[in-house]
Design a protein around this ligand. Sequence first.
Ligand code: NAP
Ligand code: GDD
Length: 325
Amino acid sequence: MKRALVTGITGQDGSYLAEFLLERDYEVHGLVRRSSLLNRSRIDHLHDNPRLHLHYGDLTDGVSLVNLVRMVEPQEVYNLGAMSHVKVSFEMPDYTASTNAIGTLRLLEAIHAARLECRFYQASTSEMFGSTPPPQNEESKFHPRSPYGASKLQAHWVTVNYREAYGLFGVSGILFNHESPRRGENFVTRKITKAVAAIEAGLTDHVELGNLEAVRDWGYAPEYVEGMWRMLQADEPTDYVLATGVGHTVRDFCEAAFAHAGLDWRDHVKHNESFERPAEVDALIGDASKAEAELGWKAGTHALDLARLMVDADREDVARLLGEG
Ligand code: NAP
Ligand code: GDD
């Protein structure tokens, strides 16, 4: 039985990855942060699985990482934990760098110090390309536009460095935006689909958004976690882009989500400049041909289908809440 350690297991991707690995008979160890209220709703349904083990720790606490790596002795480590919100990273740049950049270094050093033969996945991001125009692939220039993007770029290079310096099987997965009904509620897709469901049910009449012109390449999170796993099963460690290859504006996503409920987005979306960023990433559209050729990975769900799928899930949530009320 393989043992995997997953940071960020309570997040969107961590929850899908935990499901995926448990289905493949892995023993899964997840790092969870202490909080005053339990924050595990995305993995509650896995709670009774005897192969799932949760441990307190934090990417800002090197000792917890050293102890955890030594205790678990994982064959695969997936470093998904991060302060993952681009706008918030402008408000918390120090914490963002400590968690995302130095946290990755702490984890890699814990693995190196334990002399473990283990494979390491780093959750890198298309935000590292920033202002480089699309299409972006593994060869494109990095030019991050936020403390988040810059912190992830450091983590990317640290992963590459441990691969080159110590022969670690370290992989940097450069993933473009991927969404799902489990997406955090302050990312734009979920904010929109949740608002559609609430407006349709008469709970509110509008949603406030920032820049509608940004272009993103939105894919479906469960497909992307399979891509992460495939990267660690490859013969050689290298870096891969995962993306759908199709770009849409935030406006397009709004239009599709509202139209799915028979609504016109222009009647319900208000502009609020406080949701704009000090520096925007205008357009991200990925070229994942390397992942397709070498891993047999290809995105199957595209943005506008995703909009409909997420609206349906949020409708069910609203119906359940109203039913309970
Ligand atoms: P997410 O839903 O925001 O989950 C982030 C996870 O990191 C949560 O489990 C969170 O714990 C944990 N975390 C935050 N700070 C931590 C700390 N100091 N120590 C330990 N854990 C910490 O993010 P996601 O969408 O699943 O993304 C997963 C990873 O992929 C992230 O690294 C993200 O930056 C990267 N990424 C995401 C996308 C995307 O489109 N989703 C694209 C490219 C890269 P709590 O639950 O306690 O907050
Ligand atoms: N969050 C948010 N809220 N974004 C808005 C809003 C709003 O009210 N209005 C417009 N936007 C625009 C943002 O300015 C951005 O251009 C776009 O919608 C997408 O924003 P997010 O959904 O917050 O995602 P992101 O692209 O900044 O970052 C996500 O994808 C990255 C990969 O490219 C996150 O998941 C990152 O962790 C990930 O690395």
